[in-house]
Write a protein that binds this ligand. Sequence first.
Ligand SMILES: [Zn+2]
Length: 401
Amino acid sequence: MNRRQMLYATGLGLVGGAVAKGAALPDSAQGAKHHAKALSLADYEPKSMLQVPVTQVDRARFPVIDIHTHISVSAKSKDGVALVPERQYLGAPEELLAIMDRKNIRSMVNLTGGYAAGLAQAVEKYDRAFRDRFYTFAEPSYSLFLKPDYPKLQAQAIEQAHRDGARGLKILKTLGLYLRENLTSGRLVKIDDPRFDPMWDTCGQLNMPVAIHVSDPVAFFTPTDRFNERYEELSNHPDWSFHGPEFPGNAELIEARNRVFARHPKTRFIALHVGNFSENLANVSENLDRFSNMHVDIAARIGELGRQPRTARAFFDKHQDRILFGTDATPHGDEFPQQVFNDKLYEIYYRFLETDDEYFDYAPAKTPPQGRWQIYGIHLPDSILRKVYNGNAARELHITI
Ligand SMILES: [Zn+2]
């Protein structure tokens, strides 16, 4: 009996969202006398019967610097490439500050501050108006990419961004997966393309950390089929799949990133989302050992860390000086419950880091949005919590708490 036949025989026929409810049972299930109607996977919301302690953590134990948030986005982009400097703001500072104060968030780092005039405006509206509560990172000016002297222009743009108040540089997964020779057409531009070398070096010279998103969860590079552990997520967002010959693989992207780390030892990098390989912490750990200029944040990956709590705890013990607190929080990002900026999201992160609670949701959502599993707390001691919540970020941002 294969797995599907077994599910039918036990009365739990799960079918993909695309298949109509009550689909005909296969012949092999005819023998089962009492079977429930086939249930669409999208309608399945199992409630755990497990009775275990639940710790409510309303405030973080130490003031938090959230190194990974998105308060503004580009007002116009095409195929993943920002085309104009103008920003669209997702939450007013006062609205964000109310939640920050409740959750003991000292500062939010808005990674997507953009470039040129849009960046200067974002800094003005947030960083300068509410000192130490907001920090803004710049992004590359891909609109300059087609100019022959782009490498030099981009380095100068970073210098200008620094003068305008940017605290670091953010690289979206645009680089490696979207940016092409003619911006949105032509060959994909590689992460370690030498045209970016002056940009990386300038960041190092100006003490601006580079927050870099490379690749994506490994499952996004495999077919969206019944074996895919993120099947529902990819079904809901088909454009998140990078499976197919037109895209490089996860390993290839990470290797290109590593060549950048190696080539620019004086530039500090924060590899976002646990270096986008939290499915393989041994590999991330190996890279942290290899590159002393590499750090990671945990944004949108507590689902991964929390399903391997013992391995994750060892990872935090070993790399406690290199792990930064981040969430990927996006005000009003309701379609992405694993990163929506609200009280509940932070309470889950705090519970994961601070408690030894077992088997709980990693996102404020009806069903786990990044794969159907639950997580376990890793109960970090105060000495590590302090570093992860603010010490490591303060060091990299050159601020005192
Ligand atoms: Zn992000």
